[in-house]
Design a protein around this ligand. Structure first.
Ligand SMILES: Nc1nc2c(ncn2[C@@H]2O[C@H](COP(=O)(O)OP(=O)(O)O)[C@@H](O)[C@H]2O)c(=O)[nH]1
Ligand SMILES: [Mg+2]
Length: 463
């Protein structure tokens, strides 16, 4: 159980390494205060081990009286700290030299360099948070929009854990009843069977709800990739700029000059959208242009949403038709953006509709910044398929959680089928038990060390 050691004191730089105002070196474990004592010089010569919990102190970090940096030191004593252990945080100047030197000094004085996510892992092992909450910490760090931050905070707060725990308790209730029912009389057996059936049905329904909303959780966490495509000069780069409301992509009169793809991360109605401006798709022999087009197609493969830009001021040409044929049977989200509505109309809209019978058409002028709002609304409703998560969203946020939920639902379905076959309740209870164990894996009630390692390996050192 190498990784589950809790006896040693760990240390890490908890802020991103680089030049900045403040950098933080964090210590956690039994010897945190003792280590701080040996490297911290306070003005009044008081030692950190004498400091009250949640107090902040000015002083210097020094190696044998040689000052390394001017710092502020915070003491948070067990059990009321991030890890439930004695924690010391040293706010120093953020530069490679002071951070590295202070880190080294802590190690020389008995601390061990923390593994990725080890502070949060200790918070879990010491029982302050469960695994869903630990994963929420990661979601918070990675959140790109307010909406995704809110969802992650709800999970950190334990909103999802509570729901999972109550399902687990419902299953535990059934399990205990069945186990106790062996001596029941017939009449009582019948009442129990009814009860078991009802509870299994409602547990199944709730879990299926979580599975259905997991896609929203995934989008909140990861965002989506929207790829702008279309023929040269259709106005792709202009559209990108209009959406970004600033000129980041190259806009030019010469067709085919955006040879490479340009990506920007933007916030559209709370969704983190990676917007990609591709090279115009055209029939060409130019090697660089060809490469750009190859990449455009590759991007289309990986897109969650395609924005096809068509130029309203001209009729469909061969390039348009090539790309339309390429994407018309696409199973992903697609919005047809009819651009240049400030110009005289030459495009046959009916023909466009025939290619994309179900698709949304949005009319814009990228140049005049017209219709961009409507496009953003359309992107939002397309992404959420009309069911946008509110600020109270709580649910599965990653593949691990979703995968376990799915396996758990199949256990419950098996349990219900077994019940319906009128087999003895003992047979039902086998599946109920499996379901209980799986739900325990989600929260960490029952979890293997391997699964734990995998979860925390996604964290960075210092978290
Ligand atoms: N009138 C008008 N011109 C536009 C509009 N959008 C783009 N253009 C012009 O069309 C040309 C090609 O635009 P660009 O964004 O580079 O097209 P791309 O090759 O698809 O990236 C430029 O001269 C733009 O100014 C629009 O909505 N209205
Ligand atoms: Mg362009």
């Amino acid at each position: 159980m190498e990784n589950l050691r809790l006896d040693d004191t760990i240390v890490a730089v908890s802020t991103p390494i680089g030049e900045g105002g403040i950098g933080i070196v964090r210590l956690s474990g039994k010897h945190s205060l003792q280590i701080a004592d040996s490297i911290f010089l306070s003005k009044d010569a008081k030692k950190p081990s004498r400091f009250k919990t949640y107090t902040v102190h000015y002083g210097h970090i020094a190696e044998k009286a040689k000052v390394i940096d001017e710092v502020i030191l915070t003491v948070m004593r067990a059990p009321r700290s991030y890890t439930k252990e004695d924690v010391v945080e040293i706010n120093c100047h953020s530069g490679i030299a002071p951070l590295k030197k202070i880190l080294d000094l802590c190690i020389i004085n008995g601390a061990r360099l923390a593994e990725p996510g080890e502070f949060t892992k200790r918070a879990f092992l010491n029982g302050r948070i469960d695994i869903l909450q630990a994963e929420a910490v990661l979601d918070i760090i990675k959140a790109k929009t307010e909406l995704s931050l809110k969802a992650a905070l709800n999970n950190l707060d334990g909103a999802f854990s509570k729901k999972i725990n109550s399902l687990r308790e419902a299953l535990l209730g059934i399990y205990a009843h069945i186990e106790a029912s062996i001596d029941f009389l017939d009449g009582d057996q019948r009442a129990l069977r009814k009860d078991v059936f009802k509870t299994l049905g409602s547990v199944k329904k709730e879990m299926q709800g979580f599975i259905a909303s997991a896609n929203q959780g995934r989008i909140l966490r990861q965002g989506i990739k929207a790829v702008i495509c279309g023929s040269p000069n259709a106005g792709k780069s202009s559209l990108m700029n209009a959406i970004l409301k600033e000129s980041r992509s190259i806009v030019t009169h010469i067709p085919g000059t955006t040879r490479d793809t340009i990506e920007e991360l933007i916030n559209i109605k709370g969704i983190a959208v990676t917007l990609v401006d591709t090279a115009g798709i055209t029939d060409t022999d130019h090697p660089i242009e060809k490469e750009g087009i190859k990449r455009s197609y590759a991007y289309l493969e990986s897109a969650d949403l395609i924005l096809l830009v068509l130029d309203q001021s001209r009729r469909l040409n061969k390039n348009d038709l090539d790309i339309i044929n390429r994407i018309k049977d696409n199973k992903k989200g697609l919005i047809v953006v009819i651009n240049k509505i400030d110009l005289r109309k030459a495009l046959d809209i009916k023909k466009v509709r025939r290619f994309f019978p179900g698709a949304k058409l949005v009319y814009v002028s990228s140049l005049a910044m017209k219709g961009i709002d409507k496009l953003e609304n359309e992107i939002e409703s397309m992404v959420w398929r009309g069911k946008a998560p509110g600020a109270g969203f709580t649910g599965a946020s990653n593949e691990r959680q979703l995968d376990i939920l799915k396996r758990c639902v199949s256990d419950i379905i098996e349990a219900i089928d077994t019940y319906k076959k009128r087999l003895p309740l003992d047979c039902v209870s086998i599946y109920v038990r499996s379901g209980i164990e799986r739900l325990g894996e989600i929260t960490g009630h029952t979890i293997t060390e391997k699964a734990l390692d995998k979860i925390f390996s996604e964290f960075c050192i210092g978290k």
